[in-house]
Ligand binder design. Structure first.
Ligand SMILES: *Cc1c(COP(=O)(O)O)cnc(C)c1O
Length: 219
């Protein structure tokens, strides 16, 4: 199926309260342009340099999301334009985002990445660390970042029951924190293989790549 028809399909079938992030990492600008022409405005990339190159070439009303692990020394390259950083997993990183955002007189929205997967390989904070970060005085000093939600990645497994449990963990955490932090609005969970489950479990933002753009080739 073409990128255009895939985008149209998702526009129709996703509930209104769920935002589609079209994950375009490794894909050429022409593919993003096709999705853009079909009406897609939110794109997710996982490498800062690649995102910058695409930002330079594509229309300026695109909302760019950084969904990958962020290296502190590269935040400066995206601070001018990035709309949402999904993978924030330390106060040190938030401090750097704040510093770079200030240079452009911007407030950059961030999600705290919570470690929900059983497997060890995924990045993310523990629920306890995220809770104390949100409560910390230090965070209040950072006027150029805003934490607007949580992000999680489930274990890469065929066991959909396990995936469901991990999504539930993120939703429960969100529901516990939200009453104290009204800025929290977004639950970013779900990818091509598990987005339906994620939406059932309360996702408000899905990050979908291969199902729109086709398999990725990392050569
Ligand atoms: C690549 C990626 C996705 C999209 O994965 P697909 O299986 O291609 O939909 C979603 N989230 C993150 C963090 C990713 O790195």
């Amino acid at each position: 199926m073409s990128i255009t028809s895939k985008i149209q399909e998702y526009q129709q079938k996703l509930p209104k309260h769920v935002t589609l992030v079209a994950v375009s990492k490794t894909k050429p600008v022409a593919d993003l342009q096709e999705a853009y022409d079909a009406g897609q405005r939110v794109f997710g990339e996982n490498k800062i340099q690649e995102m910058v190159e695409k930002w330079e070439q594509l229309p300026k009303d695109i909302s760019w999301h950084m969904i990958g692990h962020v290296q502190r020394n590269k935040v400066k390259y995206m601070a001018e334009f990035v709309d949402l950083i999904h993978g924030v997993d330390s106060f040190k990183l938030l401090k750097e985002i704040n510093k770079q955002a200030k240079k452009y007189e911007r407030v950059i929205d961030c999600l705290l990445q919570i470690k929900i997967a059983e497997e060890d390989s995924k990045f993310g904070m523990s629920v306890a660390d995220a809770t104390s970060l949100l409560a910390s005085k230090d965070l209040q000093q950072l006027e150029n970042v805003r934490i607007v939600g949580l992000m999680g990645m489930a274990t890469f497994t065929d066991d959909m029951n396990q995936v469901r449990q991990e999504f539930k963990r993120l939703k429960t955490t969100f529901d516990r924190l939200q009453p104290n932090y009204p800025n929290l609005e977004i639950i970013s969970m779900g990818m091509s293989g598990d987005y339906e489950l994620a939406i059932e479990e309360g996702s408000t933002m899905v990050r979908i790549g291969s199902s729109i753009f086709g398999e990725r080739n990392y050569e």
